[in-house]
Design a protein around this ligand. Structure first.
Ligand code: HEM
Length: 438
C-alpha cells in the first residue's frame, strides 16, 4: 500500500514537473497569442472537439466562420498549435512575401501523403527542389511543348464531338486532356487516358487527402495507430500505384533519351532523373505524383468551372466566340505561339474571373520560422497562417457589391485592390505552373 502511494506521488510529481516545463517553455507563445483576438477553446485540445461535430465538407467554411470580421487576424488553437485565420489581402501578401514564411505546416500538407513533392516540402530540401524544377518551367521550355498541348486539345475536341447532345461530366474529358498534355510534355509519357484507371486513383487520393486535412487530430496519432486506420489502407493502394507509374515513366524516359533526347530535355522528368541533382528514389516518385495530381486537379477544375460559367452566361459566351473568330478567322493552321495567345484579352478576363470565383486552392497555409510582425501583431514562431483566398476573392470590400457575380469585365482595367486577387498565391512559393496556365 505504502509503495503504491509512493509511486502515485512520484507519478503526480512527474506530471506536475513535465506540465510546468511544457507551459514554461511556451510562455512567450501564450503571451503573444493573448494579444491576438480569437478563440481559445478548451485547454490542450483547443477547438478540436468542434470538428468532431461537423461534416468534412464544412471544415474550412466553419473554421473561417470563426474569423473576427473587424480583425486582420483571428487566432484559434488546434490542439497545441496556434493557428491564425485571415482573408486580409495585406496580411496574405505579407505572408507570401516574407522570407520567414516559406515553409508549409505539416498538419495540412503532410496529409497529401507525397511529402517529398514540391507542394508540401519545407526547409532546405524545398529550396533545392524548387531551384532545379524551375528549369522545366522557363518560357523557352513552355514554347517547345506548345504543339503537344495543341495536339492533346484537338484529341479532346474529337472525343467531345462523339458526345454531342449527351449528358456528360466535362471534368472527365478536361481531366484526361490535362493528364495527357502534362504527361507527354513534362514526362515524355502518355497513353490513352480517357477512362484510365489511374484517373480513379487520382480522384480517390484527392478525396482521402481531404479526409486527413479535415480531421486534424489524425496528425497527432502515433504512427502505429494511424497504420491501422481505413485511410492508411487507401494510402497503401495509391503508393503501390505510384511505384508502378514511376517505373513506367522512367522506362519510357530512358528509351526516349536514347532515341530523341530533345523531346525530353529540360522537362520535369529529365531534371528529376538527372544524377547531378541527387534526388532519392522516393523524392522522384513523390514529385512525379505531385505534378501529375497538381496539374490535373487544378487545370481540369478551372477549365470545367469556366465551361460551366460560360454556359450559364450566354452573353459572355458569345463575346468569347466573337473574339476567337476575330483573331483566328477561317485559318486552320495557326501558329499557336505564346505571342498569339496574348491577343486573347477577353479570354484572359474570363479565365481570371473564373479563378476569382472558384480558386482551385481556396485555402492555403504557411508557417513562420521566426517571430515576425504581421497585421499589427507580433506572431510567435511556428504559428500556422490559414488564409482564405476564396473569401478574399469574394469579399465586397475589395470587389464591390457585385462580388458574387460572374463579370469578366471587372478585369478590364485596374483592380480596386490588386492584392485581393491571388489564385496562384505569390512570393517564393508562387505556383510553378503559372506560366503554363496564363
Ligand atoms: C488553373 C491552374 C492552376 C492554379 C489555379 C494553381 C494554383 C496553385 C496554388 C494556389 C498553389 C499554392 C498552393 C499552396 O501554397 O498550398 C500552387 C502551387 C503549385 N502548383 Fe499550381 N495551379 C495551377 C496549375 C498548375 C500546373 C499546371 C502545375 C504543374 C505544371 C502546377 C504545379 C504547382 C506546384 C508544383 C506548386 C507548388 C509550388 C511550390 O510550393 O513551390 N500548378 N498552384
Amino acid at each position: 500500500m505504502l509503495v503504491a502511494l509512493f509511486l502515485l506521488n512520484l507519478f503526480i510529481i512527474y506530471i506536475t514537473i513535465t506540465s510546468f516545463k511544457y507551459f514554461w517553455n511556451r510562455r512567450r507563445l501564450y503571451k503573444l497569442a493573448s494579444q491576438i483576438p480569437g478563440h481559445n477553446g478548451l485547454p490542450i485540445v483547443g477547438i478540436l472537439p468542434k470538428y468532431l461535430k461537423i461534416d468534412k465538407k464544412e471544415f474550412f467554411s466553419s473554421t473561417f466562420d470563426m474569423m473576427d470580421p473587424n480583425a486582420t487576424l483571428t487566432k484559434i488553437w488546434v490542439g497545441p498549435k496556434l493557428m491564425l485565420l485571415t482573408e486580409d489581402p495585406d496580411v496574405i501578401h505579407t505572408v507570401f512575401n516574407s522570407t520567414n514564411c516559406i515553409n508549409k505546416p505539416d498538419i495540412f500538407y503532410h496529409a497529401l501523403t507525397v511529402i517529398n513533392g514540391l507542394l508540401p516540402l519545407s526547409g532546405p530540401r524545398y529550396l533545392e527542389h524548387r531551384r532545379i524544377l524551375n528549369k522545366s518551367f522557363m518560357l523557352t521550355t513552355l514554347q517547345k511543348i506548345q504543339p503537344i498541348i495543341e495536339a492533346k486539345c484537338n484529341r479532346m475536341i474529337k472525343k467531345l464531338e462523339g458526345n454531342v447532345n449527351k449528358e456528360l461530366d466535362i471534368m472527365d474529358f478536361v481531366g484526361a486532356c490535362a493528364l495527357e498534355s502534362f504527361g507527354e510534355a513534362q514526362f515524355g509519357y502518355s497513353s490513352d487516358l480517357y477512362g484510365f484507371e489511374g484517373h480513379k486513383i487520382i480522384k480517390e487520393s484527392l478525396e482521402f487527402g481531404l479526409d486527413r486535412v479535415t480531421q486534424p487530430w489524425l496528425h497527432y496519432l502515433p504512427e502505429f495507430i494511424f497504420k491501422m486506420t481505413e485511410i492508411n489502407k487507401k494510402i497503401d493502394k495509391v503508393i503501390s500505384f505510384c511505384i508502378k507509374y514511376k517505373a513506367k515513366v522512367t522506362e519510357t524516359y530512358n528509351q526516349k533519351k536514347v532515341e530523341d533526347y530533345d523531346s525530353v530535355k529540360h522537362r520535369v522528368i529529365d531534371v528529376l532523373l538527372n544524377s547531378e541533382n541527387n534526388l532519392s528514389d522516393i523524392e522522384i516518385r513523390d514529385e512525379l505524383i505531385m505534378f501529375t495530381i497538381g496539374s490535373y486537379d487544378t487545370t481540369a477544375k478551372t477549365v470545367s468551372f469556366l465551361i460551366f460559367l460560360t454556359a450559364m452566361h450566354p452573353d459572355v459566351q458569345s463575346k468569347l466566340i466573337d473574339e476567337i473568330d476575330s483573331i483566328c478567322g477561317t485559318e486552320d493552321n495557326l501558329a499557336l505561339t505564346i505571342e498569339f495567345f496574348k491577343k486573347f484579352e477577353y479570354m484572359e478576363m474570363v479565365i481570371k474571373e473564373t479563378m476569382r470565383l472558384f480558386p482551385v486552392g481556396p485555402s492555403v497555409a504557411r508557417t513562420n520560422d521566426a517571430e515576425i510582425e504581421i497585421g499589427g501583431f507580433l506572431i510567435p514562431k511556428d504559428s500556422i497562417f490559414l488564409m482564405s483566398l476564396m473569401r478574399m476573392h469574394r469579399n465586397p470590400k475589395y470587389w464591390g457589391h457585385d462580388a458574387h457575380l460572374f463579370k469578366p469585365e471587372r478585369f478590364a482595367g485596374e483592380l480596386r485592390n490588386s492584392r485581393s486577387f491571388a489564385p496562384f498565391t505569390g512570393g517564393k512559393r508562387l505556383c510553378i505552373g503559372t506560366d503554363h496556365v496564363l
